[in-house]
Design a protein around this ligand. Structure first.
Ligand code: MLT
Ligand code: MN
Length: 310
């Protein structure tokens, strides 16, 4: 099984269009060790020909342009794509907006939880993907399933989804209930286990908390691609770019006693890689102390185009 990191940044990308924080400025200036990154997505192939995308980011056009394996093959029909299916982990803009760029009456399948399917259904703009051509299928929790293309042919990519602590998408938040649970495991955000001959790969780009159930689930994994949105919970406030903590956004911080590095330290995992990295996260600077600390703790920091085989 091949895994390709298509986009390693969180919503907004790196640099973000309107961000004037030092990291985005440095990325724009081309400072060494500050690699620009597109928004949150990975691609997985069992046969090296057909690909299953996990999340469709607003940067998908650029991402396909940078990945020959996601482009039509030279001997393929005049309209074609090697993208057989798109699996969604939540309804956040950075994970679903790219669907709109996949219009053009091109068959592929969409897989998502009941909540995310309901959100697509409720937002009529997604009807540019005619369900008769782009079927929408339920990703039932904790059920191993083979991802199939629009015509029902197996892709060879076998996954299981499971709820993780998180929250509904920003645009679905209820303004009348500002104290809602932003780390509920009601299924608004899911994690994915992808079966590989060399062991399981977990893809969890959003996660608010690491609990015993998640630790048990991850034990023995070949690889974990995990929510690396923020390094410290209050980082966006400290950077002067917003008023929300990581927790308020449904994202656990990397550092600290309650952070993901500490929370997963004693869980046996082959490779652990941070993805969905926000433009305020100092690990984006490869010469920073925080980047060094993450590496010293056994973690990698994903960048666009990284490839792995399992
Ligand atoms: C998130 O991961 O918290 C969201 O993508 C934020 C957003 O909607 O911009
Ligand atoms: Mn996001």
């Amino acid at each position: 099984m091949r895994v390709k990191i298509v986009g390693s940044a969180a919503g907004g990308g790196f640099p973000q269009w309107n961000c004037n924080y030092r990291l985005s400025r440095a990325a724009r200036a081309g400072v060494p060790g500050m690699r620009p990154r597109t928004q949150s997505s990975i691609a997985v192939s069992a046969d090296g020909t057909g690909w299953v995308l996990f999340n469709a980011s607003p940067d998908i056009r650029q991402q396909i342009a940078q990945a020959p394996e996601l482009q039509p093959a030279s001997d393929a029909p005049r309209r074609s794509t090697p993208i057989r299916a798109v699996v969604l982990t939540n309804a956040d803009v950075d994970h679903v907006a790219g669907l709109l760029s996949l219009r053009e009456r091109q068959p592929f399948a969409i897989y998502a939880s009941a909540q995310v399917l309901a959100t697509l259904e409720a937002n009529s703009i997604f009807n540019v993907l005619d369900p008769a051509i782009v079927p929408r299928r339920l990703l039932a929790p904790t059920e191993e399933m083979t991802i199939r293309d629009a015509a029902g042919r197996e892709t060879g990519v076998v996954i299981e989804s499971f709820p993780v602590p998180g929250k509904v998408a920003l645009y679905l938040e209820d303004k009348d209930h500002p104290d809602a649970d932003f780390s509920s495991d009601a299924g608004d955000t899911v994690g994915i286990r992808i079966a590989g001959s060399g062991g399981a790969v977990f893809y969890i780009p959003g996660c608010a908390r690491i609990d015993a159930a998640l630790r048990t689930r991850l034990a023995g994994a070949a690889c974990l691609l995990f929510d690396g949105t923020v390094y410290t919970d209050g980082e966006m406030i400290a950077a002067g770019v917003g008023h929300k903590t990581g927790a308020r956004m449904g994202h656990i911080a990397m550092s600290g006693q309650a952070g993901s590095i500490a929370g997963l330290a004693d869980v046996k995992i082959g490779r652990r890689i941070f993805i969905h990295i926000n433009n305020t996260n100092p690990v984006l600077d490869e010469n920073s102390a925080e980047h060094a600390a993450v590496k010293a703790a056994g973690w990698e920091v994903a960048s666009d185009g990284m490839e792995m085989e399992f």
